[in-house]
Design a protein around this ligand. Structure first.
Ligand code: AMP
Ligand code: DBH
Length: 557
């Protein structure tokens, strides 16, 4: 154990004993770990294919190979002093090594921190310093971006960061390919990757997932083996995932949706095969669906729309597809109606959050329910409250704020006691920030959002974070970032900017460039910029985002 090791209940609130006991008794928490799960699957069906990475040349991993490589890599990490509880920021695109690293870390109880491929220096620097990460794992170059340069800069200013592991040409860092070693070569006392998996324990943390967030800094979501594994097998039962499932990982593998709903982890749990898609566009994905006989995938609404439009004219045989899950942002009823006929498969809507609660429409729901609702929770023990602004339960069928508590919904963010005081009720309900209503059948319909967040087709932007960046511009006096409706993405971001007195005129592109040059994920760069003289204010003198949003709507017409 290093002094930085992390413990549930200390770094973040966890489930009170009574709840934990109940969830165990009900059979939701089965006392498994991810490392143990892979070990068991590898023993049960060693030669089945777990993973396919089709590009640049097709590589496959059987369950046994994935298990063995995870062991060897775990031994290598342990030999470099990476230990249980240590945080490792993982910043890989959809490549096979992502999965080797994840399982190696699971084996030694180190915690992956799942950065998204779009993240840049600002986000990565923050994740590394806030989590006191000991290692950072990157590709050499991806999508024209040299990650090694970013890594050098972050390493220089992050004292805890001892290692940068690179998939590909390492430059001044360490090649991941050179890390793996024989578990018997690891001196004792440096982790026990080859042993009986005594660490970690099922109730301990497995990883830190990211929240889309509403504040200036993203929050980290502590998930345990027990709780996350329940969300996996619960999802598998609902979606009919089994050993014959061939799942195409279209969205970034690090995101909670493609990881767990049911995602590549659910598919591994069931003994199926996950195929990594190098890009989400039909030109890349459709040939893979045909070649790999894909049966299931998950898409965000804008992508679902593109696939729906491209499928009828496509020369590729998509007939193996049985189920497409769509979620991450509101899917319009019109678009939802068109998906099944175009792709020749079932649609399932999924409304989930990395904090926990996931809802699915069901395979036996009628078409109306599938296209007009966002589904039912996974668990009978997912507690749902729908309340008004005063926190009182609204009558059945009416819209209100969604609060939830349950066997796989966190009780607090990691090292964020102040934020936790407002994001959770005293009795442990998570305030999702979503406005929903419940139909007579118990299905939830997402109406909108109370939280200050922009949802660009599933990519979440916290306005405050972008505002803080723009405020640093020398010509900017004040800024307010809001969502505006967009036919394709659902929402786009608009920055209203007040310039300083005496500042020369600026073009919108100068603001956008400024944000981009600060090294943040491209999806955070405001789509639109408008210069104004003042912001509308609320009764008590706060900036009225509501009024700003309606100004934007009015001006677009
Ligand atoms: P995050 O907290 O970043 O994991 O994002 C979760 C949020 O995404 C939810 O709280 C919703 O606001 C939004 N979301 C996810 N799925 C859907 C969906 N199917 N319909 C509407 N909003 C969704
Ligand atoms: O948007 C999300 O975060 C999300 C959407 C669908 C999610 O976390 C999930 C399913 O598990």
């Amino acid at each position: 154990m290093t002094p930085l090791a992390t413990t549930p209940g200390v770094d973040a609130p966890t489930w009170p004993d009574g709840f934990a006991e109940r969830y165990r008794k009900a059979g939701y928490w089965r006392g498994e770990t991810f490392g143990g799960m892979l070990r068991e699957r590898a023993a049960a069906h060693p030669d089945r294919i777990a993973l396919v990475d089709p590009a640049p040349e097709r590589r496959t991993w059987t369950y046994r190979e994935l298990d063995e490589r995870a062991d060897r890599l775990a031994a290598g990490f342990a030999a470099r002093g990476i230990a249980k509880g240590d945080r490792v920021v993982l910043h890989l695109p959809n490549v096979g090594e992502f999965f080797e690293v994840v399982f190696a870390l699971f084996r030694i109880g180190a915690l992956p921190v799942y950065a998204l491929p779009a993240h840049r220096e600002t986000e990565i620097g923050y994740f590394c310093s806030f989590t006191e990460a000991v290692a950072y794992v990157i590709p050499d170059k991806h999508a024209g971006f040299d990650h090694r340069v970013l890594a050098s800069r972050v390493k220089e200013r992050t004292p805890s960061l001892r290692h940068v592991f690179v998939v590909g040409d390492p430059g001044e860092h360490t090649a991941l390919a050179e890390v793996a070693c024989d578990p018997s070569e690891v001196p004792s006392g440096e982790g026990d990757p080859s042993g009986a998996l005594s660490c970690p324990e099922p109730h301990e943390l497995a990883f830190l997932q990211l929240s889309g967030g509403t504040t200036g800094v993203p929050k980290l979501i502590p998930r345990t083996h027990d709780d996350y594994l329940y969300s996996l097998w619960g999802s598998n039962e609902i979606c009919g995932v089994d050993a014959d499932t061939r799942f195409l990982v279209v969205l970034p593998a690090a995101h909670n949706f493609p990881m767990s709903s049911p995602g590549w982890l659910g598919v591994l749990y069931a003994g199926g095969t996950s195929v990594l898609c190098p890009g989400p566009d039909p030109a890349t994905a459709f040939p893979l669906v045909e070649r790999e006989r894909i049966t299931m995938t998950g898409l965000v609404p804008p992508l679902a729309l593109v696939w729906t439009e491209a499928a009828p004219g496509s020369e590729h045989d998509l007939s193996s597809l049985k189920l497409v899950l769509v979620g991450g942002a509101k899917y319009s009823e019109e678009a939802a109606r068109r998906l099944s006929p175009a792709l020749g498969c079932r649609l399932m809507q999924v409304f989930g959050m990395a904090e926990g609660l996931v809802n699915y429409t069901r395979l036996d729901d009628d078409e109306e329910t599938v296209v007009t609702t966002q589904g039912l929770p996974i668990s009978p023990d997912d507690e749902i409250r729908i309340v008004d602004d005063a926190g009182l339960d609204v009558p059945d069928g009416e819209f209100g704020h969604l609060l939830t508590r349950g066997p796989y919904t966190i009780r607090g963010y990691w090292r964020a006691p102040e934020h936790n005081a407002t994001a959770f009720t005293e009795d442990g309900f998570y305030l999702t920030g979503d406005i929903v209503r419940r139909t007579a059948s118990g299905h939830l319909v997402v109406e909108g959002r109370a939280k200050d967040q922009i949802n660009r087709g599933g990519e979440k932007v916290a306005p405050e974070e972008v505002e803080n960046i723009i405020l640093a511009h020398p010509s900017v006096h004040d800024v307010s970032v809001v969502a505006v409706a967009d036919a394709y993405l659902g929402e786009r971001s608009l920055a209203f900017v007040i310039l300083r007195e005496g500042a020369g005129p600026l073009k919108p592109v100068a603001i956008k460039r400024f944000v981009r040059e600060r090294g943040v994920a491209a999806y955070k760069v405001p789509d639109l910029v408008e210069f104004v003289d003042a912001f509308p204010q609320t009764g008590i003198g706060k900036v009225s985002k509501k009024q700003l949003r309606s100004t934007a709507v009015a001006e677009q017409h």
